[in-house]
Design a protein around this ligand. Structure first.
Ligand code: ATP
Ligand code: MG
Length: 389
């Protein structure tokens, strides 16, 4: 008998030729996540089985697996050679102290086993009741479910605990994109959500030092570190926006300041995407949240780039975004006080329905290409990761 972890992954995406690549990537991501822990990972019949790990570290390992995209659940199980006698023995050893009702759920993949799943359910239910005569069998709403899986590899697995994982698709299965990372609540959540759909991330942060503080930059580095728990290593591009903001401030209408800032941010982001082979831009915009996030504003900012812009929280209420931020543990860092370059020069009445025509006209007062080029050339690059083992 040995302790193992059964890892369950999504079925929907496992069709056809992609299946092999999907599992290969998932396995690599799992092993990377568990670097520093000695363990073995095997694939058997649509499941991954992790074994030969230090049992004292099991809960740490489960916690790490819960951060791997593509896994749906982890079950802490025992594995032993299949025989009715052995199954009875192991089932009789399961502790049901303090439990009022239970059910056995057998999956018999090994059709040579002499009992059907239903027969096993009943038989093993009897084994449990012999030991716990006051326990109730409840098929529909039991307090405890004991799973028994009789597999074709001659092994049986027993488990009664299931740990939910993050779901999604394996990191890297969708390519790589650039997250516009501010110090707020929304953009780390946006990065997490796209990463969960299989995108690896790089991130860009615009700062306006000395108008914004060193602490504001430190905060963004901390946020990148926090999402790297899920998103793995992140290359963080730190780009100075000071000169650009000063020029916009001097040369453009106040009400269009944010619009033009955002158009320049997008152009710089697109340039970084081209240089770093990134396929899309990700932002934390949510429809109607502020003046720069109306449909018209987003159209005017989008019109300067020709790569996809993903806005995964576009339809989220602030409350919804906050609850994800709390779940992924970026919330506490995000709410620390900070100045963003967008807030430093915030106009009193930003335009709510800007037009492309007006933005283009105002931009004639700026040497956009030179500003973009200079910003990109002077970027600072940091590699952020969260390897604690
Ligand atoms: P967040 O909560 O993510 O900071 P926000 O509510 O402050 O967003 P905006 O300032 O309008 O909203 O920014 C919208 C999006 O633009 C952000 O979610 C982020 O993707 C991007 N963004 C804003 N400021 C910066 C910045 N300084 N550096 C990089 N991206 C930024
Ligand atoms: Mg926001």
């Amino acid at each position: 008998m040995k302790k193992v972890l059964l890892l369950k992954f999504g079925e929907l995406f496992l069709k056809g030729r992609n299946r092999h690549e999907f599992i290969k990537l998932l396995k690599a991501n799992i092993l990377k996540k568990l670097r520093g822990y000695s363990c073995k990972l095997e694939e058997t019949q649509g499941r991954l089985v992790l074994h030969s790990y230090n049992e004292n570290l099991e809960s740490e390992i489960i916690e790490r697996l819960q951060q791997v995209f593509g896994l749906i659940a982890v079950m802490s199980a025992i594995e032993f050679d299949t025989s009715l006698q052995e199954i009875e023995k192991r089932v009789s050893e399961i502790c049901f102290d303090g439990v009022k009702s239970f059910r056995i759920e057998t999956k018999r993949a090994d059709k040579t086993f002499p009992m059907t799943s239903m027969e096993l359910d009943k038989h093993l239910g009897g084994v449990v009741l012999d030991k716990y005569p006051n326990l109730q069998v409840d098929l529909y709403n039991p307090e405890a479910v004991l799973h028994v899986e009789v597999r074709v590899n001659g092994k049986t697995y027993l488990y009664n605990q299931l740990h939910q994982c993050a779901g999604g698709l394996p990191l890297g299965s969708g390519g790589k994109a650039l997250l516009l990372l501010s110090g707020g609540i929304d953009s780390p959540v946006a990065g997490y959500l796209m990463s969960k759909r299989g995108l690896r991330l790089e991130a860009v942060h615009f700062h306006s030092y000395p108008y914004t503080s060193v602490q504001a930059k430190e905060k963004v580095i901390e946020l990148a570190k926090e999402i790297s728990v899920y998103c793995d290593e992140i290359k963080l591009h730190i780009v100075s926006f000071t000169e650009i903001q000063e020029q916009i401030h001097r040369n453009c209408d106040e009400e269009y300041m944010i619009t033009i800032m955002r158009r320049i941010m997008m152009r710089i982001a697109e340039r970084l995407c081209k240089h770093n082979e990134l396929g899309a831009i990700i932002t934390g915009e949510s429809l109607g949240q502020v003046a720069s996030q109306t449909m018209q504003s987003m159209n005017v900012t989008n019109s300067v780039v020709s790569i996809p812009v993903f806005r995964p929280v576009i339809a989220y209420d602030k409350e919804d975004i906050m609850s994800v931020a709390k779940k992924i543990k970026t919330y506490e860092t995000s709410i620390l006080p900070y100045e963003d370059c967008c807030t430093v020069f915030l106009p009193k009445n930003p335009v709510i329905k800007p037009t492309i025509k007006r933005a283009e006209l105002l931009e004639q007062n700026l040497d956009i290409e030179a500003l973009v080029e200079q910003a990109v050339n002077n970027e600072e690059i940091l590699t952020i990761n969260n390897f604690s083992k």
